[in-house]
Design a protein. Structure first.
Length: 367
C-alpha cells in the first residue's frame, strides 16, 4: 500500500491504481486534514493563550487587588512586586516554549564510527534513541514528549524545561490567589464590607441580625471608595453599549461577585494545570517522556509474563533526571527563568544504560 503524505498522493493513487481502496484513502484524507487543522489552528491557540495571560494579569492588578488590599499599603505593594514576578516567569516560559526549537535530527551530526538505531522512513535521516517523528511538524524531534497545540510546537529536548516551568509558575500563581481569597470566600460568616484599620487586608466581620441594615449602607459607602476603573474599562471592551447603564448602575457587580468569580476560575485552573504538572513531574523524576511512558506499558506487561521486572533504561534517579533537564545547579535556582542550553550538549543522555534488557550498541551524536 502506498504511503500517503499529502493530498497529491491521494490524487495520484486515484488516477493510477485500478483497485483503489476508498476506505483506506478516505482515512488518509481525514488524517491529513486533521493534522493540517491542528497545525493551522495552533496559531490561533497561541494568540488566544497570550490574550488570556494579558487579560488575567489585568484582572489581578486592576480589578482584584484594589478590592482585597488597601492601595499603596505594604501588603498592596508586596502583591504588586510578587505579581509582576509571577507574570514575568509565566510569560517568559510560555514565550520560550513557543519559540525554542525542541531539537531535531537536522541539528545533529552523526559520527560514522558509531552505530545508530534506525533511520526515519519519512525524513530519511538517522534516528537517535528517544527520537520520534512528529507528523504535525513533519520532523524527527529529539527526546520528543508530545506535540502541544497551545505552544504550536513540539515539546522535546531543548524546550521541555520551559514547558515544565510554565506549568509550575502558573500553578503557583493560581494557588497564591486561592490562598488570598479563601478566607474571604469560604467562611460562612464572612461579609466583605470593612477596611481593617489595623491591617492592610480588607477583612471580614461577623454581623448579627440587628446590624445588617446599617452594615449594608456602610458596604455601599466602602464599595464607592474602592477604585473600580479597572472593571469599568473591561465593561467598555466587552459589554455592548446597550447593557452598560443597567450593569454600571448602583455598582450591580459587587466586590463579592468579583472575588467569587476569581476564586472559581482559579480553582478550576489550579486543578487542571496542577494535575498536568503532577503528571509531568512524575515523568521528569522517573526519566521518561509521555510517549515512552505509554510505550513502556506494553513492555511492562510483556516482561511481567516472563517474571522480569522492567527497568527504565534512561532512569538516573530523581536528582539525576532533574539535572538532565534543568542542569547541574541548585533546584531552586534552576526553576528560575533563564535562557540556557540543555546540560548535555553532546546528547549523551540518549545512550541506553548498560543494565537495560533492551540495550544496544553505544551511540554518540553531536548537536
Amino acid at each position: 500500500m502506498t504511503t500517503i503524505e499529502s493530498l497529491s498522493d491521494i490524487y495520484t493513487a486515484a488516477r493510477t491504481q485500478r483497485n483503489f481502496d476508498y476506505l483506506y484513502y478516505l482515512d488518509s484524507l481525514l488524517t491529513i486534514l486533521s493534522k493540517s487543522a491542528i497545525r493551522n489552528f495552533s496559531v490561533i491557540l497561541v494568540v488566544f493563550a497570550s490574550f488570556l495571560i494579558t487579560l488575567i494579569a489585568y484582572w489581578a492588578f486592576f480589578v482584584l487587588l484594589p478590592i482585597v488590599a488597601i492601595p499603596w499599603s505594604n501588603w498592596y505593594n508586596f502583591n504588586i512586586i510578587w505579581g509582576l514576578f509571577l507574570l514575568y516567569t509565566i510569560s517568559f516560559n510560555y514565550y520560550m516554549g513557543v519559540k525554542t526549537n525542541p531539537g531535531t535530527t537536522e541539528d545533529i551530526k552523526v559520527d560514522d564510527d558509531f552505530i545508530y538505531d534506525s533511520q526515519c522512513k519519512k525524513c530519511n535521516k538517522p534516528k537517535p534513541p528517544r527520537t520520534h517523528h512528529c507528523s504535525i511538524c513533519k520532523k524527527c524531534v529529539l527526546k520528543m514528549d508530545h506535540h502541544c497545540p497551545w505552544l504550536n510546537n513540539c515539546v522535546g529536548y531543548r524546550n521541555y524545561r520551559y514547558f515544565i516551568g510554565f506549568l509550575l509558575w502558573l500553578s503557583i500563581a493560581t494557588f497564591y490567589i486561592l490562598c488570598i481569597l479563601s478566607p474571604l470566600v469560604l467562611k460562612s460568616d464572612s461579609f466583605f464590607y470593612s477596611i481593617s484599620p489595623q491591617g492592610n487586608l480588607r477583612g471580614s466581620k461577623t454581623i448579627n441580625n440587628e446590624s445588617k441594615s446599617s452594615i449594608s449602607k456602610q458596604n455601599v459607602h466602602i464599595n464607592n471608595q474602592i477604585d473600580r476603573s479597572g472593571l469599568k474599562f473591561l465593561y467598555q471592551l466587552f459589554v455592548p453599549t446597550f447593557y452598560m447603564p443597567s450593569i454600571t448602575k448602583d455598582n450591580s457587580v459587587t466586590n463579592d461577585m468579583v472575588m467569587l468569580l476569581t476564586f472559581l476560575i482559579c480553582a478550576g485552573a489550579f486543578l487542571g494545570v496542577g494535575a498536568l504538572l503532577a503528571i509531568h513531574t512524575y515523568l521528569l523524576l522517573t526519566g521518561q517522556t509521555t510517549l515512552e511512558y505509554y510505550r513502556s506499558m506494553y513492555a511492562r506487561e510483556k516482561l511481567k509474563k516472563e517474571r522480569i521486572i522492567y527497568k527504565n533504561p534512561y532512569d538516573l534517579g530523581c536528582y539525576g533526571n532533574f539535572r538532565i533537564v534543568f542542569g547541574n545547579m541548585n533546584p531552586i535556582l534552576a526553576i528560575l527563568p533563564a535562557v540556557r542550553e540543555p546540560p548535555d550538549s553532546n546528547f549523551i543522555i540518549m545512550q541506553r544504560s548498560l543494565n537495560s534488557p533492551y540495550r544496544k550498541k553505544s551511540h554518540a551524536y553531536e548537536i
